[in-house]
Design a protein around this ligand. Structure first.
Ligand code: NAP
Ligand code: F7E
Length: 324
């Protein structure tokens, strides 16, 4: 079998970098949609040592013609749509941008696939945020959705339009309903990285306190490196489908802080300050995924417990802060 071509949008993000590395290891030729920015966005690809192995195509998820060109240039048989305005906290202040990038961006890419190569397999990065105000204590593929942020609403559009293109046009579109997943490559605005970075800085005398919002919120956190394997597996199935990808364990932000600070010999209670500016207009209090279908049909399960994940992130931040 000749090597396959894959196109990844959001390749400069956390998941894009890990997925690109996985596909390169599997012998794919990897193309990435690269949105123009005035700042350096290639640091994650450099961190993984793969920046020279990716073929970047200048394009934007809001610009259909650039996506058509990306499909033509890459001749991709597999398309992974990871591009998004992905920070829930910003989505209330940038609701329209979030709708355009995270929602309408999906149909732009589906159209580009339909125009250029409708047989290409398509992965949509759906999210547990679509469950929002949870309707069942453990969320599975059949749990009703109730998004609680402009981000969650935009993702719900993306999810259903991917289902719609599957059912209307027979396209091979699959959605991974991924619960929170983290790594040393996580953006600093997300709570795990904010905490692990702060623990490292406080330990090394470069920061005194850590200001957080609702630390009683609970999340089902896994390791991004594990989760990108589930994305790939979905596109290897004969039939497209939707899958919850999660660990099946939920933990408070408070306990996650405790793990991070204890790893460097600190007590989080002496450093965390509650700051209402980090409260959200509507909170998702608790998320807990049921990954049984992914386990059964894909043979996938999460490998990295939260303790291992958070200590890995603290160690990476300790080294990063030391180098600064
Ligand atoms: P991330 O680190 O925030 O990466 C987002 C990516 O989207 C970046 O590469 C960004 O490019 C790109 N992007 C933003 N606007 C764009 C535009 N207009 N055109 C093209 N690209 C654009 O997110 P992530 O954590 O890797 O997550 C990957 C995907 O999974 C996202 O769709 C996210 O919503 C979804 N998801 C994430 C989680 C999670 O816990 N991580 C869970 C469920 C679903 P720049 O670097 O140039 O800004
Ligand atoms: O917040 C609480 C916050 O921003 C987690 C994205 O990848 O996962 C992510 O969305 C929890 C929330 O992630 C702070 O209120 C308290 O309850 O790390 P987060 P998120 O909102 O769950 C989903 C699955 C996605 O799809 C998204 O793209 O932590 N929290 N204090 C805080 N959160 C932040 N960011 N900062 C705080 O100071």
């Amino acid at each position: 079998m000749g090597s396959k071509n894959a196109l990844i949008t959001g390749i400069t993000g956390q998941d894009g970098a890990y997925l690109a590395r996985l596909l390169l290891e599997k012998g794919y030729t990897v193309y990435g949609v690269h949105a123009r920015r005035s700042t350096d966005t290639l640091w994650r690809l450099r961190y993984l040592g793969i920046d020279n192995e990716i073929r970047l195509i200048p394009a934007d998820i809001t610009d259909l013609s650039s996506l058509v060109r990306s499909m033509e240039q890459s001749r991709a048989q597999e398309v992974y749509n990871l591009a998004a305005q992905s920070f829930v906290g910003s989505s209330w202040n940038q609701a329209i941008l979030t709708a355009q990038v995270t929602g309408v961006g999906v149909v732009n890419l589906l159209e580009a696939v339909r125009i250029v190569n409708p047989t290409a397999r398509f992965y949509q990065a759906s999210t547990s945020e679509m469950f929002g105000l949870i309707q069942e204590s453990m969320q599975s593929e059949s749990t009703p959705f109730y998004p609680r942020s402009p981000y969650g609403v935009a993702k719900l559009y993306g999810h259903w339009i991917a289902v719609n293109y599957r059912e209307s046009f027979g396209m091979h579109t699959s959605s991974g309903i991924l619960f929170n997943h983290e790594s040393p490559l996580r953006g600093i605005e997300f709570v795990t990285r904010k905490v692990t970075d702060a623990a490292a800085r406080i330990k090394q005398g470069k920061q005194k306190e850590l200001r957080l919002g609702n630390i009683d919120a609970k999340r089902d956190w896994g390791f991004a490196g594990d989760y990108v394997e589930a994305m790939w597996l979905m596109l290897q199935q004969e039939r497209p489908d939707d899958y919850v990808v999660a660990t099946g364990v939920t933990t408070t932000v408070r306990d996650m802080c405790r793990i991070a600070f204890e790893h460097v010999g600190l007590n989080y209670e002496e450093h965390v300050v509650i700051d209402p500016q980090f409260y959200r207009p509507a909170e998702v209090d608790v998320l807990l995924g049921n990954p049984a279908k992914a386990q059964r049909q894909l043979g996938w399960s999460a490998k990295t417990p939260l303790q291992t994940l958070i200590t890995m992130m603290v160690d990476a931040d300790m080294a990063r802060v030391r180098r600064e």
